[in-house]
Design a protein around this ligand. Structure first.
Ligand code: ZN
Length: 197
């Protein structure tokens, strides 16, 4: 998609920030690292401050897997063990005290990458009268991708915070490919500079 078409965008009631899985296992030194994943922290801190000073809801999701999850290699799955329940958010991530924490992918037998499937995120958003979801975090090619697509399917106007996402890229190019996929589903690309006062 072409460069961002928004010069500026005001946020207000009905808007929510969704910070996807900014947990240590996806950052440098972790077990399932997103390329340059650490770079999202500063951008997301800008957004959490912007939303929380306007009393707009901030949802922080976290992968919260059982230790014997089916997708882990020791169970015959494709992924290294990561984000076992208790896995911390990045220490540099500044989340407001009022944030809503959403734990997901908590079961052993079912693999899932969406923050909405099998979690109460949708219910929490509806309870907070959210209409527009601003989504960033980790990783572009898995949980961000699936969360954005589910968010659109549920009828939320969905903005993809493109400077606040990073990909794992098990296959080179997965990041760009999945960004294009989200654009095709009508996610609206957005960067830090655009969301202003
Ligand atoms: Zn996971």
């Amino acid at each position: 998609m072409a460069a961002n078409k928004f010069l500026s965008l005001s946020i207000g009631p009905g808007d929510a920030l969704i910070v996807v899985d900014v947990q240590n296992d996806f950052l440098s030194g972790g077990s399932l690292v997103a390329l340059k994943g650490d770079e999202v922290v500063a951008v997301l801190n800008h957004h959490t401050a912007t939303f929380s000073t306007r009393d707009l809801p901030v949802f922080a999701t976290r992968d919260w897997h059982p230790p014997d999850r089916c997708s882990f290699r020791q169970q015959g799955g494709p992924r290294p063990s990561h984000c076992v329940a208790g896995a911390e958010f990045a220490p540099g991530l500044k989340l407001p005290a009022s944030m809503h924490v959403v734990s997901k992918a908590t079961t052993r037998n079912k693999d899932a990458y969406s923050d909405i499937e099998d979690s109460d995120l949708d219910a929490q958003q509806r309870a907070a009268s959210v209409r527009r979801a601003f989504i960033g975090g980790l990783t572009t090619d898995y949980c961000v991708l699936n969360t954005v697509i589910d968010s659109l399917a549920l009828g939320y106007e969905t903005f993809l915070l493109e400077d606040a996402v990073r990909a794992v890229e098990f296959s080179a190019g997965d990041g760009a490919k999945t960004l294009a996929q989200m654009h095709k589903h009508s996610a609206r690309p957005m960067t830090r500079e655009v969301i202003g006062a």
